[in-house]
Design a protein around this ligand. Structure first.
Ligand SMILES: Cc1ncc(COP(=O)(O)O)c(C=O)c1O
Length: 355
């Protein structure tokens, strides 16, 4: 893997692997964790050396600022293994860069790219046997940074911890998802932290999502905080809408996460000859398209779910079902991207990285 420098990373191996207790034929998403993790501490104004250690609990004082002011950012990535047993990552530098974009917004010190990339490489080499190979599964990778510095003063911490932990995982959703278009709550606002992968963004979604689940929906589609008239994104996915044969997705902004799957799908779709539009989309346009039959498909994109087809949506007490469509864009694009990710197809984009 490319990085600025190759650094020395200390490794302490676990005395007893847990791998024999894991049923790799029945993996849920993000429920079991591999044997090791990467840890790196920020103290006295600098990041120390990353280390690989056994996966273990973290001890923090109650005054650690993560508990009070929520300074925490994270990423989500996947590692795959191909037929030749190579470990593969998908656009990992983009996750590293986005982690630093998120950190900057939360006043967390940026992490040198080599710490992320070399640390991840070292960790994955050790956790190679934890990478599942069955269709739809992968080693989900969770890099995250949080404030360990202490104090009850509302100001940035002076110490942080960067960790990468891994979870062999099956599919995120088991089938199509039914979504509720949100008309009251907001996930993010102009000038806020919506574009960052900040822990608090997700905490703020849980309550409205719980309400949606009580009404029989799986996910919320967020709308703009100002008018609730425009489609934004889902809980952990960007949204694509097919109207006739045109694939529409909304522009990213400081309210929306710049998804790596989203931008990859946009490129693949264009190269597949699909007409793509990046533009704002009103809920009223979606409803109109549903009523006049031009709404063909909706799907979410994200690392965890890859491409998740939507079966229907609710808005203001009314439900709208998506029609049955042959040869969906969702299936076609999902195959293209997963074939690239898992080395079942050429990668003309240079996105796949062999560790
Ligand atoms: C809010 C949100 N939007 C979109 C995405 C999709 O981003 P990506 O494709 O980089 O995983 C995610 C997941 O990371 C997310 O949490």
């Amino acid at each position: 893997m490319k990085s600025d420098t190759t650094m020395q990373i200390n490794i302490t191996r676990t005395e007893k692997s847990k791998i024999d207790h894991v049923d790799f034929n029945d993996l849920k998403f993000g429920q079991v964790f591999s044997d090791h993790m990467l840890v790196c501490d920020y103290e006295n104004g600098e990041w120390g050396s990353p280390e690989v250690v056994p996966y273990q609990p973290i001890s923090l004082n109650p005054s650690a600022k993560i508990f009070h002011y929520g300074q925490s950012v994270f990423e989500g990535m996947k590692a795959y293994k191909d037929a030749e047993n190579n470990i593969l990552l998908f656009r990992p530098l983009d996750n590293c860069k986005r982690l630093n974009i998120s950190s900057k917004r939360l006043a967390i010190p940026e992490l040198p790219e080599s710490y992320f990339m070399d640390g991840l490489t070292e960790l994955l080499k050790i956790e190679k046997d934890w990478i599942p190979t069955s269709e739809g599964s992968a080693l989900y990778i969770r890099p995250f940074i949080f404030a360990t510095g202490e104090g009850f003063h509302a100001s940035p911490a002076d110490a942080y911890k960067f960790i990468i932990a891994c979870a062999p995982s099956g599919p995120y959703f088991s089938g199509k998802v039914k979504v509720l278009i949100e008309e009251k709550y907001s996930r993010s606002a102009n000038g806020g932290v919506g574009f960052a992968k900040a822990g608090g963004n997700y905490a703020g979604q849980f309550y409205p999502t719980q309400l949606a689940k009580e009404k029989g929906y799986d996910q919320v589609i967020w709308t703009d905080d100002n008018t609730h008239e425009y489609i934004e994104e889902a809980g952990a996915m960007n949204i694509f809408i097919r109207i006739n044969d045109t694939l529409v997705t909304v522009p990213t902004s400081d309210r929306i996460l710049d998804g790596i799957t989203r931008k990859s799908i946009l490129e693949i779709a264009k190269d597949e000859g699909i007409d793509v539009e990046i533009r704002k989309l009103k809920v009223s346009e979606l409803i109109e398209a549903s009523k006049n039959g031009s709404l063909k498909e909706m799907f979410g994109t994200g690392t965890a779910a890859v491409i998740s087809p939507i079966s229907g949506f609710g808005f203001k007490g009314e439900d709208f079902d998506l029609p049955f469509v042959e040869n969906t864009y969702a299936d076609r694009l999902k195959k293209r991207i997963t074939d690239i990710q898992t080395n079942k197809a050429d990668d003309p984009y240079g996105w796949r990285v062999v560790v």
